[in-house]
Design a protein around this ligand. Structure first.
Ligand code: PGA
Ligand code: ZN
Length: 423
């Protein structure tokens, strides 16, 4: 009875938006088995690895993943049968070689990632270790000082994640002045519920968007900051001390491809990149804005560099975060490091499509002194793998949505469980 892989099976399931995704089950010869499910983005970067979808308009509007499941059940199952599950790097390498393409278009990044994550879970079970400890030791992170990443709670949703009309995709609160996962989550929840009461009193909708944040139809982006400030103060916390702000502009999603201008719907204005940077500067001066993600278009490298210089000269501690620009791809990250256009990176395993490549990207960023934000996708399942991943690699932040919707709270709940275990 060994830790060798006996069987890998895939199942088409639905994600939090009701779209198909993949769940993988890995069974070992000793009958240990483990599951993993794959998330899916909406405001995806152009350079992400390929998410294989069937394209059959008669099933799930073309979004079915039966072909990707078939690839797992046949080709990947055959290639990995008999491999020792704890040899994670070798397992990932075999799948990358089997696929043979740069963007995993052959087998599908969703297929490869599902297997990669399920193998890691099976490996942890085989070694009788919690997943974060297993990942830490497998990839050579310092296992002794696991620290808990600070959650980034996305409490107002816009962009492609809600019909609030806000062009900026995410307004997040970061409890940087509060210690410990459980207490940070409790404080986040308090502010979330206070915001709900404020919105409802003012006659705004309290329905939530894809990531569990509110989606009120506001007149301006500034109003979102003002409402959040009110919610923090009414909850009894200090704005700028206990709690700071972050935004994910996801600027690709409101950049007009013809004119290259950024269209801010609530204000009904159209800005060139210089004017958008000026707006960010205004916000930095006015609000405790600590972090700006995807502030500009994903291919505008020179403009990004200019943005970083200008914003950092206003606040040297500001995080300039890449997501669509780097897509968890070490090559693109290296280009971003070389061009000095940011200082923090979003890490999403499904952007690159395997665990080992995800870790390579984390290590490259850490070596360059960048901050690490491990992140969910807007289409999620209740799989909580990224919480363990964030702890294992010593991530600075975990971005997993708001304080509502089960698929978001699964990650935060796992963070509390890990904290409790490590006490
Ligand atoms: P996505 O959004 O999962 O829809 O890409 C999350 C993000 O942009 O950070
Ligand atoms: Zn993003």
């Amino acid at each position: 009875m060994t830790n060798k892989i006996k069987k890998i099976q895939a199942l088409e399931i639905l994600d939090s938006r009701g779209n198909p995704t993949i769940r993988v089950k890995v069974t070992l010869e000793n009958n240990i088995n483990a599951l993993a499910a794959v998330p899916s983005g909406a405001s995806t970067g152009e350079f992400e690895a390929l998410e294989l979808r069937d394209g059959d308009a008669n099933r799930y509007g073309g979004k079915g993943v039966l072909q990707a499941c078939e690839n797992i059940n046949t080709k990947i199952n055959k290639a990995l049968k008999g491999e020792v599950v704890t040899d994670q790097k070798r397992i990932d390498r075999i799948m990358l070689d089997l696929d043979g393409t740069e963007n995993k278009s052959n087998l599908g990044a969703n297929a490869i990632l599902g297997v990669s994550l399920a193998c890691a879970r099976a490996g942890a079970k085989a070694k009788n270790k919690p997943l974060y400890k297993y990942l830490g030791s497998t990839y050579g992170f310092k296992v002794k000082d696991f620290s808990s990443p600070v959650p980034m709670f996305n409490i107002i949703n816009g962009g492609k994640h809600a019909d609030s009309g806000l062009s900026i995709q995410e307004f997040m609160i970061l409890p940087v002045g509060i210690n410990g996962s459980a207490e940070r989550i409790r404080v986040g929840s308090k502010i979330f519920h206070t915001l709900k009461t404020i919105l409802s009193t003012k006659g705004y909708s309290t329905g939530v968007g894809d990531e569990g944040g509110f989606a009120p139809e506001l007149n301006s982006h500034a109003q979102a900051f003002e409402l959040i400030i009110k919610a923090i103060e009414e909850s009894g916390y200090k704005v700028g001390e206990d709690i700071v702000f972050a935004i994910d502009a996801a600027a690709n999603s409101f950049c007009d491809s013809q004119s290259n201008e950024y269209i801010l719907k609530p204000e009904n204005i159209s800005l060139d990149y210089n004017q958008l940077i000026a707006l960010y500067l205004e916000w930095i001066k006015k609000y405790p804005l600590f972090s700006i993600e995807d502030g500009l278009n994903e291919e505008d490298w020179d403009e990004w560099k200019e943005m970083k210089q200008k914003l950092i000269s206003e606040n040297k501690n500001l995080m300039i975060v890449t997501d669509d620009l780097t897509v968890t791809n070490t090559k693109r990250l290296q280009k971003a490091i070389d061009s000095n256009c940011a200082n923090a990176i979003i890490i999403k395993p499904n952007q690159i499509g395997s665990l080992s490549e995800t870790i390579e990207c984390v290590k490259t960023a850490q070596k360059a002194g960048w901050k690490i934000i491990v992140s969910h996708r807007s289409g999620e399942t209740c799989d909580d793998f990224i919480a363990d991943l964030a702890v294992a690699v010593g991530a600075d932040f975990l971005k997993a949505g708001s304080l509502s919707r089960g698929e978001r709270l699964a990650k935060y709940n796992r963070l509390m469980k890990i904290e409790d275990e490590l006490k």
